[in-house]
Design a protein around this ligand. Structure first.
Ligand code: CDP
Ligand code: CDP
Length: 239
């Protein structure tokens, strides 16, 4: 199974690059952050306190998290993937999992070792099905430590915040740039310092600073790197 692992902090360009890369390589795109977001949403919807680990664990185990692709029929009748949708128990939660309020609460879920174990299990099943470009915080270190290709993205915090600010404004959120920067720095801290699966580059990851790269340029760099490896090395567990 071909797994390409991409890890890094918020706003470093993981999702947009992973999506574009998956499209070029005709591989599934797997957004693991969305999965932690879905469990957070369910906990908030059901009014479960973030201290009630037992009930949180139960929803993590029971929630059916799915990724579906929305297609548009292009000119020659070919299907063109336009958007990835996230479903929780057959309900489209693509937009609901991206609000700043929810984003602030994800760490409660992401710091729980048993919940992480459950998510990692689901992620491995998804990855082993058809391979994929998988992005998150612990893909190269924990989920697929044998992945043949691992990338760790980074970018200057101010730039990451500016990217996220533009995105939130475009989605109609009333936020300021300063607030988005504060939130990103806070999230960096919790992601980098948590006890369970903290954010860090895998020893064998290629580190890419995306500050002055466009999404296309980042995809090109990855493809150039992958192309440089012999074909027989491309599958999981063959290194
Ligand atoms: O898109 P953004 O970088 O803002 O965040 P995300 O990838 O949607 O992830 C949301 C949160 O989930 C992150 O702040 C991490 O704390 C957590 N996460 C994680 O712990 N492990 C992963 N593999 C992916 C996300
Ligand atoms: O997934 P992650 O939080 O790492 O970042 P993202 O969601 O892929 O990127 C955040 C925003 O920055 C998106 O609106 C991207 O279009 C933009 N971006 C960019 O302008 N240049 C890049 N090289 C990467 C992302």
């Amino acid at each position: 199974m071909l797994i390409i692992a991409i890890d890094g902090p918020a706003g470093s360009g993981k999702s947009s690059t992973a999506k574009a890369l998956a499209k070029r390589l005709k591989l599934p795109y797997i957004d693991t952050g969305a999965m932690y977001r879905v469990v957070t949403l369910k906990a908030m919807q059901d009014g479960i306190p973030f201290t009630d680990k037992k009930r949180l664990m139960k929803i993590a185990r029971k929630s059916r998290i799915e990724f579906r692709t929305a297609y548009r029929t292009a000119s020659r009748g070919e299907r063109d993937a336009v958007r990835q949708l996230v479903y929780l128990d057959s309900q489209d939660v693509t937009e609901a999992i991206r609000t700043p309020e929810l984003t602030k609460n994800v760490f409660h879920i992401a710091q729980e070792p048993l919940i992480r174990r459950e998510m990692v299990k689901k992620q491995r099943v998804m990855g082993l099905k058809q391979g994929g470009v998988m992005e998150g915080r612990d893909i190269g270190t924990v989920v697929f430590p044998d992945a043949p290709f691992k990338f760790y993205f980074d970018a200057q915090p101010k730039l990451r915040a500016l990217r996220r600010y533009r995105e939130l404004r475009a989605a109609g959120e009333q936020v300021t740039q300063a607030k988005v920067l504060r939130d990103i720095l806070k999230r960096d801290r919790t992601d980098l310092t948590r006890k369970n699966s903290p954010l860090k580059p895998a020893k064998d990851a290629v580190v890419l600073d995306t500050s002055s790269l466009t999404i296309d340029q980042t995809v090109d760099r990855i493809i150039a790197h992958i192309g440089a490896k012999p074909l027989r090395d491309r599958r999981l567990g063959t290194e």
